[in-house]
Design a protein around this ligand. Sequence first.
Ligand code: LFR
Length: 464
Amino acid sequence: MSRYFLAIDIGASSGRHILGSVENGKIVLEEVYRFWNGMDHVDGTLCWDVDRLFNEIIAGMKKCKEIGKIPVSVGIDTWGVDFVLLDKEDNIVGQTVGYRDHRTEGMDEEVYKIISEDDLYARTGIQKAIYNTIYQLMAVKKTHPEYLEKADAMLMIPDYFHFKLSGKKVQEYSEATTSQLINPVTKDWDYELIDMLGFPRGIFQKVLMPGTTIGNLTDEVRELVGYDCKVVLPPTHDTASAVMAIPTNAEDTCYISSGTWSLMGVEMAEANCSPKSEEANFTNEGGYGGKITYLANIMGLWMIQSVRNQLAPDMSYGDLCEQASHETIQAVVDCQDSSFLSPDDMVEAVKDYCRKTNQEVPETLPALASVIYNSLAKCYAEKLEEIQKITGVKYDKINIIGGGSNAAYLNELTAKYTGVGVHAGPGEATAIGNILSQMLEDGTFADLKEARNCVADSFEIKIY
Ligand code: LFR
């Protein structure tokens, strides 16, 4: 009888329940449920609807029972940096604000009044991103200090869902690192930093490594879904889960985890918190097995998603990618420019950038998409140079994993701009990584090396 493991992978634009099992030596995936996600405007603030998301989590878990495939364990991963504050009765204090909200504007300056930007990087190794938890908590402290007084616990979004499933309040390491409040050497909260910033120590929970079983379903959840299973922490940060599923064990592998964001980097044994690394804005996030996922955030397919949603929400990404490949426009934009982080109008933001830089202005959706794809590929090439300078290693190929690895035109452009081979796939890397961590906990594979070999054997990798 097959043993099924359930990954619930929630991204910024959709969530899915994927069952994984090993059949005849290969990993088999089955998507059992899919749901929409996005930030809602609530009283002028961009928020996540965590109640709705939790209902979707339950709905998908019920589906497993309906199809007679009850998982051995379940694990949830999501994006990074966002959190809930809980009071003593476990009610959410304030709103669950999403990272694209503007509340963190100016909060970097507030933090740097207490600790300089350089010192902060030297001690955490985390890139300056205005939406990091550290700046969000500073925004809460400045605008709603009473929330911090009322709060008994702070849980990152996946930790919150694991708490709702298991009743256990813990914080998983990979997601915790995106807060910019973790010490990369001890891999625990940097309480000295937390004290300096005036955040209440007591709200931070015990940090546990991915691969840890935290318990079983609560009685209430068991009633709802009709079965019990273990709750196992995957790398709850989606990027760290995706990196687990790179289909190679070659050392010195450069990857791009391509989805709403493009995360480009390498795996390292230890953090690099040097000024050189800070200058290039590389981040040392936590990965599986205590590894560091050393990478740069590039705006990614969010830009494509946004222009499509504005101009032709029914068009498939496959069609859009194909149409973009026939365009001849030469303009490119800087995909790391903050004007693309959360514009009210992405179409205008791209056009504006082209206008300001005296380039041809894209007027149609395929032309806009072409500008964005070319800009992304150009940015990948620049980042590859930077990574090579920092690590001193020459990479002869890039592994593109995640949903964006299906964008054939972007893969071609990436090969063209970087001058190295592109190995694209698997597309469901995040869910696969999540499942691998559960399988490793269950003893399906001896180690990550064996698990990655199995990924390489199980999924098609396209070479450009
Ligand atoms: C990708 C991701 C990135 C993180 C961004 C915001 O989904 O998790 O790694 O920087 O979302 O949390």
